[in-house]
Every structure is written in structure tokens, then in C-alpha cells.
Design a protein around this ligand. Sequence first.
Ligand SMILES: [Zn+2]
Length: 204
Amino acid sequence: MPKPKPDPKTKPPSQAELISGLAEVLLRPACQSIDFSYHGFRVNGRGYRAVVSAVSEGKIHLVISDKALRNNALAGFDGVDTIKFAPNFTFSAPAAEMTLVHESTHASFAVQYPGTRMSTLNNEALAYLAMTIYNRLVPPTAQDPWTDFTGLWSSALSAAKNVRRGAEIDETTMKTITDGIMSDSRVQSELIGTPTSNFDGLPK
Ligand SMILES: [Zn+2]
């Protein structure tokens, strides 16, 4: 996801801190309460727990990149088995937590649905939806105010706010979110050339 808030003064977390920091966010009530599905792809607490297990078993790798990520993203999932973090990644901001939820949503598909494909745009939409719901469910003082998001992005975020627990995402909601994504040239550039995401990564 775009939207870094780098703080050059803090040093990046160690491997152990990355693993425990990710688990802490994914096992929080806010993340464990995320629950929706789209065409058989379920995003819920069980999926995030599966990511925590896969990370602790070394099946999903957490790596700090030695150079900036594309679009200056805070993190990215490679579609197989690795979440890469920006060199300046820290756990200190709401944006960092939402990034963890976002990338872990992609990772949960690799863990739960190996050998399947989804359009990259829909995959991104579900990850943005999950992090939006997470941001709504954490205590208000820990929420990101979304001030960086305008125009179509704001309508995408409002659509996400109306998704009820356990919901099947309908095509209208999906389109509102994907239109929001396509209104952002930074995200758009990531989607060019990768029309589908493959989850070849983790056999059960
Ligand atoms: Zn993404």
C-alpha cells in the first residue's frame, strides 16, 4: 500500500520484533473481528491466525528490504511466501498496523487458497477493505484519520465502513472500492502487468 510515514530517527525492528509485532496486531480483537468473503475467499480471524502460524513455522518470511520499496510502500507481499518491509519500517503508527493487516490479508490467501488465482485489483480491494475495517475497530485514539485519502478513495472507504460482520461483498461495494483504487495513480502503477495474483505459495 502507498502512504508511508517514515521516521528516520527510529531503527527498524529485529526479526524477532517483526514476528511478535505482526502476531500482536493480527491477534488483536480488532483484527480477529474482521469477517467477510468474496466469491469463496474468506477474510477472517482464522485466516489471520493461519498467517501467524505460517510465520512462526517459517513458511512465510518477514524480510526488511535494504532499499526502498516501489511507491515508497511500507510493506508488500510477494504473492508467494514473503512479506517485505521498507528499510524504515516501524510499528509506531496506525498506518503501520494497517499495513500489517493489508499485507497479511494477501498472505492469508496464499496460506488458505494455494494454487488459486484472483484478479490483482480485487485482491487489492479485499486487502484495503480489511485494513479499513481494522481501522474502524481499533480504539478511536489508535485510528488513522484517513486525511491522505480524497475523492474516490473516500467513497471507497465509506463503502468499506458499511460492510457488516460476516458479509458477502457484493459487486457494487467491490466496484466502489476498485474505482477508488484506480483513482490513485500510485496503486494503479502497481497493478499494470499483473492482472492476476497467483497463490502458488503454501501447500497445506
Ligand atoms: Zn496490497
